[in-house]
Write a protein that binds this ligand. Structure first.
Ligand code: GLN
Length: 202
């Protein structure tokens, strides 16, 4: 069985390990280059993207991770993980590093203060069995994507959604998957199962 790593420098690592296990995958933490080298897929958790990006550099993981993604390593990022996977971000810190992997522009903390956190049921292309309950916590949204990336989910355009309505919140480009929300917090393992299938296919 393929082994899926969870980058364990900062963020909701435990929740991703549990969701991967719940999805039937073998999961382990990744903190060192040697650990990165032996996984078949990697999850970048939710947390604080600035902090995680600094720690990636400090732990000598940034270049090895970029190299493995270029080699076709399947990677899934939730929230802060999505921010790290963007080629470009809006609202980042000057010293924030991008891992890259998806040709998209992501806006940090996009939903604004008043809706620091909210939940919505989103239709998710490639995930069967009805809408996914999406939990957003100081989440980014995807401002724009290139034609190389596939949009998998958007915030529903309900009357109360305001500016958030229709925003892109899940994207896939090749073997790299990103969601602005946190499926690892809901006990619904379908998104992790989709990622585990991507790892198996790779
Ligand atoms: N706002 C955080 C960031 O910019 C992401 C929040 C999250 O991962 N829940 O990194």
């Amino acid at each position: 069985r393929p082994l899926i790593g969870v980058l364990a420098l900062q963020g909701d690592v435990r929740e991703h390990l549990a969701a991967l296990t719940g999805a039937g995958a073998d999961a382990t933490t990744v903190r060192r280059p040697a650990e990165l080298a032996r996984v078949d897929g990697l999850v970048l958790p939710g947390g604080e993207s600035t902090t995680i990006s600094r720690l990636l550099a400090a732990f000598d993981l940034l270049d090895p991770l970029r190299a493995r993604i270029a080699d076709g390593l399947p990677v899934y990022g939730s929230c802060a993980g999505m921010i790290l996977l963007a080629e470009k971000i809006i609202g980042g810190r000057p010293d924030q590093h991008q891992v890259g992997g998806i040709d998209m522009v992501v806006r940090r903390n996009a939903f604004g203060r008043q809706v620091d956190s909210f939940e919505a049921d989103v239709d998710f292309t490639g995930v069967g069995g009805g809408p996914v309950h999406a939990v957003f916590i100081r989440a980014p949204w995807v401002e724009s994507v290139s034609a190389a990336a596939e949009v998998l989910a958007r915030v529903p355009e309900t009357p109360g959604a305001g500016e958030a309505g229709g925003r892109i919140v899940a994207v896939r480009q090749g073997r790299v998957l990103a969601t602005a929300f946190h499926p690892e917090l809901t006990g619904d393992h379908r998104v992790h199962r989709l990622f585990a299938d991507m790892v198996r296919e790779a």
